[in-house]
Structure formats: structure tokens, C-alpha cells
Design a protein around this ligand. Structure first.
Ligand code: PHE
Length: 344
């Protein structure tokens, strides 16, 4: 057999096989095409292979080479057709399924937790009033959480039932007293002490962060919550400054002329001390405590109470955020339910 005739047969075979595999409408039709062209016993490729024996000896290498190419092509065509019918994989069908005019699927963006957003905004507002942000540790010693804040050993605020003391080697029964004992801070007022210990007056700082108290969770309590602490120490600081700062702060955050009310109260580290209420839809809501820094506290950090006076306040950030968004229960902030968090 002449090489030319052999190659013509192969060309016809590949042409017909291409058409057959491409038009096979289902798995059955494709299988029939496979048997016809690639069948091991009586397939057409097999028949052509027999013809190869009759090709002139000198032309055998060229004929064999072409035969192998056609065989590989047929197998590739079969694989592509199989992928097309099984619904994917082949580049051809993926291209057909891609419609560039369909609007894209947007990636879902996360965002900051509402408490974190509130903290950022409070920092911004207080920053405009000249307060810089200070930080302190969440695990505190007894000096910063109590002693320096004028909370003596026998004070009920030190009760183990009201604080998360850490288990230490020195811990025994009763109220922990001394060195090497730690607790999760129960208030951000600790940072007042830390800042005053390392800076000379005037001081004008806020500190925002987590505090811990073993409270039973309810709509307005949680064992961990956040406070914003403010401290201003300078000459001639008065209670009037305290009230006007809180009024400016509240009106700016709530974008409303919020009324601020002081009720007489007691904190060991302020004298006088007040509870801070703010108006909300005709009601008064308690946001925290405030007062003039007690002279004992100023002395404890080496300030001269005859030279400077100070104002301080500590407000609950969950309550501030809840009032802004009308959230009736602060426990929502800590459930991490995306349906709730998505709204902010
Ligand atoms: N530390 C007080 C509390 O946790 C709040 C407070 C801060 C009161 C500063 C007076 C001055 O309730």
C-alpha cells in the first residue's frame, strides 16, 4: 500500500471521528462512537492498523508516526466528549456556561463590632476635647485596682464575691491582701493611677477597655463589659468642668442636646462623687460614675492636692452603644449572632 493512500485513510478517519464525538448527544451515542472508532476488536482504527502492515517498508516509519498521532487525537477527542457530557471540566463547556453580562457575585465584607465602632467614635470625640488615649493591663495588682484608689482592705468592694481574683500560690481564704496577688480589673479607674504615677500634671486622658465583675448576666449586666474612663488633673479644675465635658461629650455622640444629670453618690476615689444619668426619650438612664479626684488619690501618686485638682468619670460603653441603637439587652453584644451584628 502506498503511503499516500494510507495517510488519506487516516485523514478521513480523524475527520469522521471528530464529527461523531462532537455531535454525540448522550452517553449512549458517545459509547457507540467509541466502539466504532476505537473499539479494540473491530474498531476502524484497529482496521487501519492492519493496513499498516501492507505499507512499503521504506515508508513504514512515517506511516507509523502518523498512525500514533491519529490514535492520540482520537483518545483526546473521546476524553473531551466524555467531559462535555458529564457536565463540566472541559474548557469548551466552561466557556459556554460563562455569561459575562450577568452581574458579578459580590464578596461579603465583614465590619467592626458595634462596641469597637463605638470605642473608635468615643476616642474621636474626646480627642477633639483634648484627651489622649491611655492604656492599662486587664490583669491588675491590688495597688492599682484598690489601694491607690483609696479603697482600703476592709472595704466591701474588695470582696471575693465581687471580683475575679486570680488563683495564686499566696491566695488563701478571705480577701486577698498583698504582694503577688492579681485580679481581672473591675474598673478602668486603675489606668488613672498608672498614668498619674508616670506623668506630672497636667493630665488629660481617657482610657477605654474591658472590665470584669462576677455579675449575673441580665439586660444591663454582663461579667465582662467595657468602660470609658476620663481623667483631667490641672490647676483650678472644678465640678462645672466635669459637667460641661460630659454634656459636650454626650451631645456630640448622640447628636442631640442630651441632658446630663448628677445624683449624689459615693466612690472611695472621688469626693464629691456622683452618678451620671443622661436623658433618653423622656427617661433618665444611668451611664456610670464621676466626681472630683479624692485628695488621698492625688497624694498616693505623689501629686500635691493643694496645687492641683482633678475630675474623673467612668461610663459603661455597652450602655452608650445600646442607647444609640435602641438595643434593649446588652447580652446581644456578646452572642456573636451575625444576624444581630450585620445591622451595624
Ligand atoms: N470606677 C467607677 C465604676 O466602675 C466609675 C467612676 C470612675 C467613678 C471615675 C468616679 C470616677 O463604677
Amino acid at each position: 500500500m502506498a503511503l499516500k493512500d494510507f495517510l488519506t485513510v487516516l485523514d478521513a478517519l480523524i475527520e469522521q471521528a471528530t464529527a461523531a464525538f462532537a455531535t454525540a448527544a448522550d452517553a449512549e451515542a458517545l459509547e457507540a462512537a467509541r466502539v466504532e472508532f476505537l473499539g479494540a476488536k473491530s474498531g476502524r482504527l484497529k482496521a487501519v492498523q492492519k493496513d499498516l502492515g501492507g505499507v512499503d517498508k521504506a515508508d513504514k516509519p512515517a506511516a507509523g508516526k502518523r498512525f500514533n498521532e491519529v490514535k492520540q487525537d482520537l483518545e483526546a477527542l473521546l476524553a473531551a466528549a466524555t467531559a462535555r457530557l458529564s457536565g463540566g471540566g472541559s474548557t469548551k463547556s466552561a466557556e459556554a456556561a460563562f455569561d459575562p453580562t450577568v452581574p458579578g457575585a459580590r464578596a461579603r465584607l465583614g465590619h467592626l463590632h458595634p462596641i469597637t465602632q463605638t470605642i473608635a467614635e468615643l476616642c474621636d470625640i474626646m480627642g477633639r476635647l483634648g484627651f489622649t488615649v491611655a492604656e492599662g493591663p486587664e490583669v491588675e495588682d491590688l495597688w492599682h485596682n484598690f489601694e491607690a484608689l483609696n479603697i482600703p482592705l476592709e472595704h466591701p468592694a474588695r470582696d471575693p464575691l465581687d471580683n475575679f481574683y486570680l488563683a495564686t500560690a499566696a491566695a488563701g481564704a478571705g480577701v486577698p491582701t498583698g504582694e503577688g496577688q492579681w485580679l481581672l480589673r473591675s474598673q478602668t479607674s486603675t489606668v488613672q493611677i498608672r498614668v498619674m504615677e508616670r506623668t506630672k500634671p497636667p493630665v488629660r486622658i481617657i482610657s477605654l477597655g474591658r472590665v470584669y465583675r462576677p455579675d449575673t448576666p441580665d439586660a444591663t449586666h454582663f461579667p465582662m463589659f467595657h468602660q470609658i474612663e476620663g481623667l483631667l488633673v490641672d490647676r483650678h479644675v472644678t465640678m462645672a468642668d466635669l459637667k460641661s465635658i460630659l454634656h459636650l461629650f454626650a451631645s456630640s455622640f448622640f447628636e442631640d442636646d442630651v441632658q446630663v444629670r448628677f445624683r449624689p453618690s459615693f466612690f472611695p476615689f472621688t469626693e464629691p462623687s456622683v452618678e451620671v444619668d443622661m436623658s433618653w426619650e423622656g427617661r433618665w438612664i444611668e451611664f456610670g460614675g464621676a466626681g472630683m479626684v479624692d485628695p488621698n488619690v492625688l497624694s498616693a501618686v505623689g501629686y500635691d492636692p493643694d496645687e492641683v485638682t482633678g475630675l474623673a468619670f467612668g461610663l459603661g460603653i455597652e450602655r452608650i452603644c445600646a442607647r444609640r441603637h435602641g438595643i434593649p439587652d446588652i447580652r446581644e453584644f456578646f452572642k456573636n449572632d451575625v444576624r444581630f451584628l450585620q445591622q451595624f
